[in-house]
Design a protein around this ligand. Structure first.
Ligand code: SF4
Length: 358
């Protein structure tokens, strides 16, 4: 990770055991950072002072600082996080399901949350509907910076380490363009003595780098994939996602067919619906044909306009008609609620706003 100081979140438990002796100290430190969400080396009460001082000279404990936070009425919280080099990126806390109570008012089910994390500062892909793309690419996030987003948001929301959480790699950046650090972060999240977030709770959302979908599949990490398809013909897809020229729809579909998918699961296809571009019945028909041999689920997403965008939000009627066509033809299909619609919900918006650009 360039010449930046690594953080303790950059290491698997095995690596930490090699760095810190005796090994039971590594286990204690792992507990402090993942179970107690320690904010400073001082917090680590049972670690000898000399060891803490030495660790502090070599490693960061808290690689992220919350510099802005916007909370929506639906429970979505969007964070702007600053790293040690002053660069910023976003992570989002999403409430997926409300808590449930029985008739006597007893809590029967806790609320369910998903954290949307970033993998890069900026992005190279250049999607024309995306604010992040406007700023170009700055750098990859380290594995520790990816992991620390989840720890930071769980800590800020008093979400205990052993409460279940889902992760989607769907924030700023193209995760598969930072595959080495992404795969390490996935492994660190899975550590039984850390956060123990299994592969099936982690979804890698990609704009469709077909060769990297294959590489991720070969790693056999047990994660889900989600494909940002957005269009059913290469012409429109190249307009929306210019790198479609190198990774066209057919190459993506073929890579998905080769990906090791848990037989009980479905591959998620994200379809950003834009008024007058891809919200018609002919597109729905083509989509059904394209996904014929795949155990797929389609997630229709309303395009969320931001200042300066040439695209518009589709009508509710078109969304529903699109969904009905897919369902009638055997596809699972949901319309994603526009979570955080009253805050800066499109990718990159909070960062842009905080920098005073919009
Ligand atoms: S939508 Fe995602 S892949 Fe496309 S430019 Fe934005 S961050 Fe990159």
């Amino acid at each position: 990770m360039n010449d930046l100081k690594p953080s303790l979140y950059d290491f698997t438990q095995k690596e930490l055991t090699q760095l810190v002796k005796p090994s039971f100290r590594a286990k204690q430190i792992y507990g402090w950072i993942y179970h107690q969400y320690a904010q400073s080396f001082e917090d680590m009460k049972n670690i000898p002072k000399a060891m803490k001082e030495e660790l502090a000279t070599k490693y960061l404990l808290n690689p992220l600082k919350i510099v802005n936070k916007e909370e929506s009425s639906d429970g979505t919280i969007k964070y702007l996080l600053e790293m040690q080099d002053g660069k910023t990126m976003e992570a989002v806390w999403l409430k997926m399901k409300d808590e449930q109570y029985d008739e006597s008012g007893e809590l029967t089910q806790e609320a369910k949350y998903t954290i949307c994390v970033s993998t890069q500062v900026g992005c190279k892909v250049g999607c024309t509907f995306c604010l992040t793309a406007k700023g170009g690419f700055t750098r990859d996030l380290s594995a520790g910076e990816i992991v620390a987003q989840v720890v930071t948001l769980k800590r800020d929301n008093n979400h205990k380490h052993n409460r279940k959480i889902n992760i989607v790699y769907m924030g700023m950046g193209e995760p598969l363009d930072n595959l080495e650090n992404l795969s390490k972060a996935i492994k660190i999240f899975k550590e039984e003595e850390g956060l123990a977030i299994g592969g099936k709770r982690q979804t890698v959302s990609t704009s469709g780098l077909s060769n990297k979908i294959d590489k991720l599949g070969e790693m056999d990490l047990g994660v889900h994939i989600a494909i940002s398809l957005h269009a059913v013909d290469d012409e429109l897809r190249t307009e929306l996602i210019p790198m479609n020229k190198a990774h066209n729809i057919n190459s993506i579909i073929e890579a998905v067919k080769r990906f090791p998918i848990d037989t009980r699961k479905r591959v998620m296809f994200e379809y950003l619906v834009i008024k007058g571009k891809n919200d018609d019945q002919a597109s729905a028909k083509k989509l059904v044909k394209l996904l014929t041999d795949i155990k797929a689920k389609v997630n229709l997403i309303y395009f969320n306009p931001y200042p300066g965008t040439p695209y518009d939000r589709p009508s509710r009627a078109n969304m529903v008609a699109f969904q009905e066509y897919l369902v009638k033809h055997g596809l699972l299909c949901t319309i994603r609620d526009s979570k955080g619609i009253d805050i800066s919900a499109a990718c990159g918006q909070l960062k842009e706003k905080t920098q005073g650009e919009i």
